[in-house]
Write a protein that binds this ligand. Sequence first.
Ligand code: BGC
Length: 768
Amino acid sequence: MFVEDEWNVIEDGFDASRHVIAESVFSIGNGHMGQRANFEEAYSGETMQGNYIGGVFFPDKTRVGWWKNGYPDYFAKVINAPAWIGLHTSVNGNLLDLASVKIHSFRRTLNMKEGTLSKTCVVELPDGTLLRIESMRFVSMAAVEIGTISYAITAENKDCSLSVLSFIEAHVLNQDSNYDECFWESISQKNEQGISVSVDQTKQNPFGVPQFTVATAICNEISVSATKKQYHKQLQLGETLDFKLKKGETAVITKYAAQVSTMNYSAQELPKIAVERVKEAEKTGFKKLYADHKKVWAAKWKLSDIVIKGDVKAQQGIRFNIFHLNQTYTGDDSRLNIGPKGFTGEKYGGVTYWDTEAFCFPFYLSTSPESVSRNLLLYRYKQLPQAIKNAGKLGFTGGAALYPMVTMTGDECHNEWEITFEEIHRNGAIAHAIYDYVTYTGDRAYLVDYGLEVLIGISRFWAQRVILSPIKRKYMILGVTGPNEYENNVSNNWYTNYFASWCLRYTMETISWIKRVANEKYVELAAKISFEEREILRWSDIVNNMYLPTDEKYGIILQNDGYLDKEPITVADLPADQRPINQHWSWDRILRSPFIKQADVVQGLYFFENELNEETIQRNFEFYEARCVHESSLSPCIHSVVASKIGDEAKAYELYLRTARLDLDDYNKEAKEGLHITSMSGSWLAIVKGFAGMRVAQNDISFNPYIPSGWKSYSFSITYRNATLTVKVSKSKVELCVSNGYIPNLQVYGQTYLLKKDEHITIQTKKK
Ligand code: BGC
C-alpha cells in the first residue's frame, strides 16, 4: 500500500477504503499529545477521529451483571480530546468534502526524519474549480503544547472566492463509548482578538477520579488579504477567512494551536495560559517552530536510528517502529507511560500494561538519556501504594503489592477475572525492569532510594500467593494465567513460578547488598514498611523449594500442569484458513487447544537465558515455537531473539519480519484500530539483542553479531554508561566505535576489548 522509502511513509493516490488504516499509520505525536492523521478538510467518509493528550483520561463504568469481588470500579480511557486541526474550505458556497470531490492527485507523506505529516492533492469541486492543496503539520517536540499547520491553497484553473473556516471542534466522541456517550462538557468558548479558546472538562464520575480540564486555543495567519469573521456554532469555535484568488495564485494559512490541561496547571489559569502559548507560537512563527522541532528529532535519530543497507523495506520498517516509539514516549514526565496503541487509537484505552517493562523498556534504556528509563521506573514506584491497595482488595496483607494489569494512575482497570486476578506474572516484569536498569546503567543508588521498596512489595505478594503442596512438599502457584492467554486458570505456569522465585532471589540479594553499603538506609526503609528479617527466611525456603514443572518424556519445561494432556498437534497441523484462530474458533475451543497465543515458556527463556543451558533453550524453543500461533503482536519478536541465540537465523529473520512491518503491511488486519506501539520495540530487540546479540551483565557489555543474508549491512548506536557506542555489522566485518566516554569491558565473540573515546575496532564477522 505504501511506497517503499528509507525515511518516509508515502501513500500515493487516495483509497477511501483504506483511509482509516492510513489515519493510524500517519499519526503524529510528541510524547505529550498525539493525533491520528484525520484530514483538516471536511470528510464525510469513514474515519476515526483521534486527538489524545497524555494523562487526560475518563474513568468509564465497568459494572457488569457478572460482577466479581475485587473487580475494578472503572476503566481508564485516554479520550479523544477537542480537535484543533479543522480547516474547512468552501468555494462559491460549495463545501470541499474530500469524500465527495473528484480527486485528481493525492499524496500523503509521513516524514519520519523530521516528524511531519504532509499532504498534496489536486481536487475538483462540483462547479469545475480545481484547487491544489499542500498542507504540512506537526505537534512540536520542542514546544510540547503546540501544534501547527501550514496550509496552502492554489486556484489551479480559474479565479475563485474562497471561505476557509479554521476551528476547534469541541463536540468529540470516542468510538468505544457506550450509546455514543460524550465524555466532555463545555465550560466556555470565547473569541477575542483573533484567538479562539475552548475550555472543556471531562464529565463528573462517581469514582472519585478528579475531572480533567483542557483549554485549546487557535489563531491563524494568512498570506493574502482576507476578511476575518468570528465563528461560533454549537461547539465549533473559530474564524472564517474569506478571500479571492486569481487563477494560479496561492494563499497560505498558518494555523497555530495550543492545548494545555489540568495535568500541569490549575483549571482557573488554563484559558490564560492557552492564549499565551498560542500567541508565543505565532510570534515564534512556523519556520522557527519547525526548525526547533527538527532539531529535537535530529537528536533523537542520532541516538536511536538503525541503518539497514540492501533492503529498503526493512529500513522503512525499522524506522517506522523507532519513529513511533520516540513520539509516543519522551520520558520527561514520570506520570506518563506507553499505551499499547500510543496516541494512534482507542483500543486498550491508552493505558499502561506489562508491555512497558517486558518489551519497551530496553529500547528506551539503550537509546535515550538515563532519566528516560528512570522515569518509567518511577511511574511504578509512585504507584506502589495503589499496587498494595490492589493486592489488599484480593485479600493480601502486610504491604504485599500486585501491580495492575491495566492502569492509568495505579488503580487496576481490567475486569476479566482470568486476567485481572490471574495474570499475575506482570509483577515479575516490573521487578525485572529494575534489574535491567541497574545492570545497564550501574545506577545502584536507585535500588537504595526506590527500587528495593518496590521489590519488597512484589516479593511479599509472591510469598503469600504460593502454597506449599502437602503432597509434593513444594511451593506452587495455583489458578493463574501465563502470558499465553489461550489457557486460563492453570496451575504452576512455569514462567510465573520461575519469575516469582527470581523476584525473591533478586530482592534478597539487593537486601544483603544494601545492608553492606547503606545499612542506615535499609534500617530506615525496614521501619517505614515494617519489614522483618523473618520474611527473608520464608523467601529462601520458597526459592529452595519452588515447583518448576518439567516433562521427562519430551525433556522439556512444562508450560503448566496438564499442558501435555492436550491434543498432540502443532501449528503445522492447522489449516491456513483457520488462522488466526481467535477470528475463527470459539473461545472454548481455543482454551482446549494446545495452541499458544504468545511467547510463554519462550518469554522465560528470553529473560532467564543466563540461568539455563543452551541445550535447554534450544529444545524448549523448538518444542514451543511449533505450538505458538503468535496471535499477539508481542510474540514473534521474543521468539526471534531466542532463535538468534540458538543460531536459527532463518527462523529469527522470518519472525523479525512479522514484527517490523506488522502495521505498515497490516498483517493482522487491525491497523485501523491504531498501531501496535508496544510491540514496535520488538523489532529493535530482534535486531540489537537478536542479530547483534547484545547482552549486558554487571560490568560488561557483549555482542555476538551476525547479519541476515539479504542485508548488506546494519548499524545502530546505543548509549551505555555515558558512552555512545556505534556498532556496524556487514558480511565481512563488525566495526565498533565509541564517540563519548569509554567502555572498559567490551566483548565481541567472547574476546575482551577496552574501547577509549573515538577508538574504533574492526573484527571479522563470524558465520554461525
Ligand atoms: C496480550 C497481552 C498484552 C496486551 C496489550 C494482549 O493481546 O496477550 O500480553 O499485554 O495485549 O498489548
